[in-house]
Design a protein around this ligand. Structure first.
Ligand code: SAM
Length: 408
């Protein structure tokens, strides 16, 4: 039997054990119609067409299928004067779904690129993005032709970007920084970020292998303008219904472990989130060169990113007990800002650390209870096998758990 088959058998056995154990262990299940609805609903969304519009403007690892927060908002509708919070908002899927229902929402993320994408996805533009991109590309092309371009200092730049691609990207960055309207400038930054891996020598979003790249500087300017057209069209869907009141999104670029309750609204009516977890996805690494080009520091993010792989492979390495403590801090914060009847919905998968399978769902439960939470229900969903990560063992994990917590 191969190691892979053995591991799969252990994981399958473990999964059965987990579901049985935890289901039995939930001594206070929801007794209402909601519990039945929650269990009966389809959470796999295997046959649902791929989402289009604003959710697709920029890639992000392990982002929510929008139907998950959408269905949770319908199932646990918060009071109209409360807010929806995502303490690990990533690319802002929860925030988009919240504003579409007319509710105000708050998102927190350590990663500045995540926050940038979240803000852009939830902000209506005062002018057309494709016109702004056309003007930016035109000025950048002039600077490129005149050789008037300052290349930023980025590690291993020559390895990952051809010289003319470097010059065209640098010219675009300079011109974008000159855009005076913040919402337009940020939308242009997301546009640029969305094409960076494509025009680089990097093989794919989840593989740092250098490959031959045929893109010219002119191709970079064209890619930028085409991406702006697509993003502009997607952002227009935010305002396509005149009768719909959009909620307002506030995005905090912070480490969740350092936030005080006073910094958040104290009327959180629903929490929907998918937390980072040990040795799984690496958000700083996925976005490393995008961040460098936008003047952000991925290495600084890596230090504080919960679950990042390097934390588990160094002297005095972290393990799952550190994750439990980090999640406990997060639940303590939530318990102080949530309304008494509010639910906190966490979607989490398992991890593998040094060959050991880590049951993050049980760790979350252990972290939440001392902070005053009880598990109301749990559903297991299948993850599509197409989901990719830098960490190959993580790509093999095909189940995750949606845990609904309530305050005691
Ligand atoms: C699973 S992703 C969230 C994806 C999101 N649901 C979406 O749809 O895009 C987890 C997020 O946790 C963030 N994160 C990791 N450590 C953090 C910390 N200490 N404070 C705040 N956010 C953190 C990562 O940057 C990442 O965006």
């Amino acid at each position: 039997m191969s190691c892979g088959t053995a591991l799969l058998m252990v994981m399958t056995f473990y999964d059965r054990l987990f579901v049985q154990d935890t289901k039995d262990g939930y001594n206070k299940p929801m007794t209402t119609k909601t519990a039945k609805l929650l269990d009966d609903l389809d959470w796999d969304f295997a046959d649902t067409p791929m989402e289009s519009g604003v959710h697709t403007i920029h890639p992000y690892p392990a982002k929510f299928i929008p139907q998950i927060p959408r269905q949770l908002i319908q199932l646990f509708p918060p009071k109209s004067n409360s807010v929806i919070l995502d303490p690990f908002c990533g690319s802002g899927t929860t925030l988009v779904e919240a504003i579409n229902t007319g509710l105000d929402t708050w998102g927190i993320d350590l990663n500045p690129l995540a926050c940038l994408i979240s803000r852009v996805k939830t902000t209506q533009l005062p002018q057309s993005l494709d016109f702004a991109a056309e003007a930016t590309a035109q000025k950048a092309r002039q600077c490129f032709t005149a050789g008037d371009v300052q290349i930023p200092s980025i590690p291993r730049l020559d390895h990952w970007f051809k010289p003319e691609v470097q010059q065209s990207l640098a010219a675009l960055v300079t011109e974008i920084d000159r855009e005076p309207t913040r919402a337009v400038r940020e939308a242009l930054q997301v546009t640029l970020s969305s094409i960076i891996v494509r025009v680089s020598n990097q093989e794919s979003n989840t593989r740092y292998a250098a490959v031959e790249n045929t893109y010219t500087a002119q191709d970079v300017f064209s890619q930028f303008k085409n991406a702006a057209l697509t993003i502009n069209r997607a952002l227009l869907t935010l305002s396509d219904n005149l009768f719909r009141r959009l909620g307002h999104a506030t995005v905090l670029n912070r480490d969740i472990l350092a936030i005080k309750p006073e910094e958040l609204p104290n009327n959180v009516g629903l929490v929907i989130t998918s937390p980072p977890y040990p040795n799984a996805y690496e958000y700083w690494l996925y976005h490393k060169y995008r961040m460098y080009w936008l003047g952000m520091d991925p290495m600084e993010v890596r230090e504080r990113e919960i679950g990042a792989r390097p934390h588990y492979f160094k002297k005095n390495a972290q393990d799952e007990t550190d994750f439990e403590k980090q999640m406990h801090t997060c639940f303590q914060l939530l318990s102080q800002v949530m309304l008494p009847e509010a639910k906190a919905c966490f979607l989490v998968g398992r991890s593998i650390i040094h060959g050991r399978v880590i049951d993050n769902a049980t760790l979350l439960q252990r972290a939440a209870e001392p902070a005053g939470f009880i598990v109301k229900d749990v559903v297991t969903r299948n993850i599509p096998t197409t989901r990719k990560a830098f960490n190959p063992t993580h790509s093999k994990i095909n189940r995750e758990h949606l845990i609904i917590f309530g305050l005691q």
